[in-house]
Structures are given as C-alpha cells and as structure tokens.
Design a protein around this ligand. Sequence first.
Ligand SMILES: Cc1ncc(COP(=O)(O)O)c(C=O)c1O
Length: 468
Amino acid sequence: MPLDLKGLVTARLGENYALHERHLNSTLVHVQRIIGFDHVYARAQGAYLYDLDERDYLDFLSGYSVFNIGRNHPAVQSALRDLLELDLPNMVQMDCSLLSGLLAEALLKKTPPHLDSVFFCNSGAESVEGAIKFARAATGRTGLVSLEKAFHGLSNGALSVMGDESFREGFGALLENCTRIKMGDLAALETLLAKRDIAALLIEPVQGKGVYFPAGDFYQQAQRLCRAHGTLLICDEVQTGLGRTGRWWGFEHWGLEPDIITVAKSLSGGYVPVAAVITRRAIYQKTFSRLDRCVVHSSTFGRNNLAMAAGLATLQVLDDENLVERARTQGAELMRRLDALKEKHSLIKEVRGLGLMIAIEFHEPRELALKMGWKLLHKVEHELFAQMLVTSLFQKHRILTQIAGHAMDVLKILPPLIIGEREIDRFVTALDAVLTECRSFPGPIWDLGSNFIRHSLKRSAVEPVGAA
Ligand SMILES: Cc1ncc(COP(=O)(O)O)c(C=O)c1O
C-alpha cells in the first residue's frame, strides 16, 4: 500500500515536539519551550504561517532567508508537479542533464559577465566548502582571511572561517592558516596578504550576524589589495543573494567584481535544497584540471532535477513579480517607519540594513525604570533583551523575528520580499507596542526576561560523553 501522506499528517499533527524531543535535537526543543516558540503550524502561504485554529503568524524570519518569494508559491509548486509528471531521468551522473544546464544559464544571466561557470551542490555550507577548494586549487595557496562576526556555515571548512568563537567550541582542530580581521582594518588585511599565502578573502556583503556592512569603501579597497597580492575575493551571497538586499547580489552595492560567489537558501524556492558556486572558467578549470580529476569535487545530489526545477521557477518568480525592486522599495519604507520610532523610544540605538535585511539595535535607555530592567538582563546575558522582544512580538503579536547573534542587543528581520503595506504596518505597530510596554518595569514583558534568567540558556544540557 502506498504511503498515505495526507492521512499521516492529519493523524499525527501535534506530536511534533514530542517526536523531536525523543528522536531529534531535544536541546533545541528545550530552548523553543523556554522562549515560547513551541507552536505547531498547520499550513503556510506567502508571508504567513497558520496554526490549527487558523490564526495567522507573520513570518519576518523567512526560514533565515529561504523564503524570499514567500511560502508555498504556486509557480514553484506547479514546476515541481510538472517535473514529477515528466518522469525525466534523474542523477544519471554520467550524463549531462538539461535542467542543470538551464539553471546555470539562468543564474549567469543574473551575474556579471566575468563569471561564467557554475558548480551545483546542496547547502550554503557546502557552497562555501566548494568556494574554498576552488580558491585553494586556483591559487596553489592554503590561507584564508575572513571578517570578525562572519558566518559562512557550520561544516569544518566553513567553521574555520567563522567569526564567532562559540560555534567552534568543542569541535577540535579546523583548517590551518585561517585568520579573521576586523571589518575596515585594511592595514591588517594588507599585512596578511603581503605574505602571499592567502588563497581567498571571504566576505558576506551584509553580515548575517548583526547585519553589519561598511559605510565607506572598505570592500573596494579590500578587493584592490586582493588583486595586488594574487588573493581571490569570495562573496558569500547565501543570505544576501537573490534580491534580499534590494539588488540581485549584495556585492552590487559596492560595485565589486568577486572572483567567486556562493548562492543557496532562496534558490530552493523554499522546497528543494540547492546551492551553487559561481566563478570564472579559469578558476573552475584549476580544480577540474585533468581528465582524471573530472569529479575531484562533486556531490551526488548536486544537480538533481527537483532542485534545478525549483531554482528555475524561483528565478522566474523573482523576475515576474519584480521582487528585487520590491525588496528595495519596501525595505526603504520599513526602515523609514522604524527609524521614526527612535524619537519615541530611547531604547532604539540604530536601524540599519539594505533592502529587506534589517537590524534594529538597542542600547541602555534614558528612563530610570527602563534602565533598571536593562541592567538586570545585561548582568546575566547580553542577548536576553533582544530575545525578550522577539518572544513578546511572537506571543502577543504573532510575528516571527530573531535575535541577530550572540552577545548583541540586536533584533533582526528578514521578511519575504513580497510584503506590502499591511505587513509593514503590523510589524511597526507591534514593535511600537512592545517597546511601550517595556516602560512598565516591573511588568509582564520583563517577567519574560526574568523567566529567561531562571533558565539561563548557557546551562549544560547534558553531561559530556565519557565523563566520570
Ligand atoms: C552567509 C551564509 N553563508 C553560509 C550559510 C550556511 O548555509 P547552510 O545553512 O545552508 O549550510 C549561511 C546560513 O545561514 C549564511 O547565512
């Protein structure tokens, strides 16, 4: 009997957290319970999730930027249904599939002309691994430079260029000769590059952790130094790519000409994992340099038809619905409205971002009562204040957002690029209400903070394996 998937979902929806606690990441379940995110969603559409009672939740998290075109887009669904009906040969491996050729062609129409070659894989981290290997093979060097606060994924190579120490803790030795510099520190970069053993400088044009980007010409100068010293520039566009920042690629804001770019997340249409490394033919061929090296870097599922169809359909939706332009205009409007809240709420330090990748940073407020609450939370853990706002926006206003990283007072939003006036208004009104509520200390919103303190998130979840 074939699997009755619809029946299975209907019968067991609601067991989600119990199943995960038993068989998957129980620590994550624990954290979701503490921060009040342990909800069961029954369906999703566009910018909204819906629970079993059909209550809507505004998704300003977008699965960490997977849903640039919104959830369950009918055009992607239709392409995937068509693909299944075609019964195409898939992953023959020793052939050249049509759809991967077509997706490569479509992606290259969106990149500058000097980039002409594509390698497909399955995740952002895997695209970063590929970019590192391509850069090492092309330059014959091993060194890598990245920026403080960088996030490039959690596999071992990507972890080696991670800018946040906490992600590396407990995993032992990683790649050698990886150095991190401060964004803006050209002198440090030049000193490192002058040694002439650095294969690549990796940047996220807008950093995912904290939404930081340089105000001046640091990136342009860094690119100049890379060229002068034979180092390649890798732009990790896993989060910033495909319109997120109001341009097709984040690097366009600085007029950069990267040697390699990485793409993932939204290319999937929110359905099928797909990622790509895009580079110049001369770099690409240094990896696939001999006939016996034709699969020296490859990935079994890399060019699979479902992923390619999802990618093709997603690029078309981005074009058809003019979503890159929409991210720019809606992002500008959202930031203008958020910026206006600064006058009313001394807690807001800065609103920054590009397109619909936006951070709201907070600082110690002027008002005495507020100051007390602020100080109390900051004595325990730095990011608790932002977490308190995230939880409050969720519980009281049914809006999903996130904290922007460890030890930061930063709330981050990544709405789908399809949002309009209704969604902007709902978010700005909710944030205004939450910040207004913060003025009552002690008060219900600060009780959330106290609850986090009771469950200090750094508490050990398990004894180390093999511990006495
Ligand atoms: C800039 C950047 N690079 C790489 C990654 C890793 O992507 P994945 O989670 O698909 O491995 C992420 C994920 O958030 C990212 O934001």
